[in-house]
Design a protein around this ligand. Sequence first.
Ligand SMILES: *Cc1c(COP(=O)(O)O)cnc(C)c1O
Length: 376
Amino acid sequence: MNAREATPRAGAGGWLEVDLGAIAANWRALREKVGPDVRVGAAVKADAYGLGMDRVAPALYAAGCRNFFVAHAGEGLTLAPMIGRDAAIFVLNGCMPGAEDAVADANLLPVLNSLDQIERYRACAQAAGRSLPCAVQVDSGMSRFGLSASEVRALQSDAHAFRGLIPVLVMSHLACADEPAHPANRAQFEAFRALRPMLPEALASLAASSGIFLGPSFHFDLVRPGAALYGINPTPGQPNPMRDVVRLYARLIQARNVDTGTAVGYGAHFIADRPRRIATLAVGYGDGWPRVAGGRAFAVLPEKPDIHLPVIGRVSMDSLALDVTELGDVPLPAGVPFELIGPHVPLETVAEGLQTIGYEVLTSLGSRYHRTYVNG
Ligand SMILES: *Cc1c(COP(=O)(O)O)cnc(C)c1O
């Protein structure tokens, strides 16, 4: 039993509901979109974007996904027993020094991002006396991961560069795919297309969630969505083509009426400008709601979904304050759940208010919510 499951529903400050059926439906929708000639993988790094890799990965495997992406070797080792042995697990960060044998023994596929990583994994293969499958990343213009163009050219002239290695995937990553008109997309596409033939014959992959929506030329042989599977809009500024996956509720600890001039929370950051009703909810920055969320986030009472109730003052570690004045004297019994993310509070709206992206909101949620998985 892990820490999450140990949190009883009645004792939790908040509830997180994850719709596994919607995640599978989103994966299938992307498969429809790219067509039968393109494989659809799944990024499940960072505990499947905070939603629980132990539940999400098997659901994606059951839907037909056979190519999984994690960031760290440790995540890959955790993932391996959760899915079938016929699935490939790519480790995006490659291999830290000393981790090569563990990666090889678990049949993970490190994404080799540098000459140093290639050299170390080649040495590992030699010592193991067998050929090791892997992926190779080229930098097409993001300057984060991957071999530079000049390194790729140097490798091309070295007949032994990949001795003992079996590159099964050549990949790169787009920096601006969520802005379709950004010139970097075309430039990275061209750079990737030019570098690919200089590397061993393998499947090619460029697009993550947003890249899939840049058009078929960006799909190559395999796409690697993460965000879109979890309901994050891959086309910001356009209607979200994906199904919602997450509902998040924070539960009421207590409510009070305060007079004009009353301070609320640390630093007395909020002062009531008139008599107000304040609700203290059992979710705080320890649960992914930033300390500065006051004035930038809101919640709703599910029975009164049209009334936006602003978060006020400084968020505490384990609680936050809502201004519920607009609810009038609606009874608010202890424990009642307020929606923080869901049908009436879209994840995208939450992210915009907090001046970030849905990715950061989800991966920040932490381990204290009671979690339920529906439609598994
Ligand atoms: C995280 C990641 C993905 C998935 O990205 P989304 O935008 O969440 O779809 C794909 N490829 C790489 C290299 C990544 O780091």
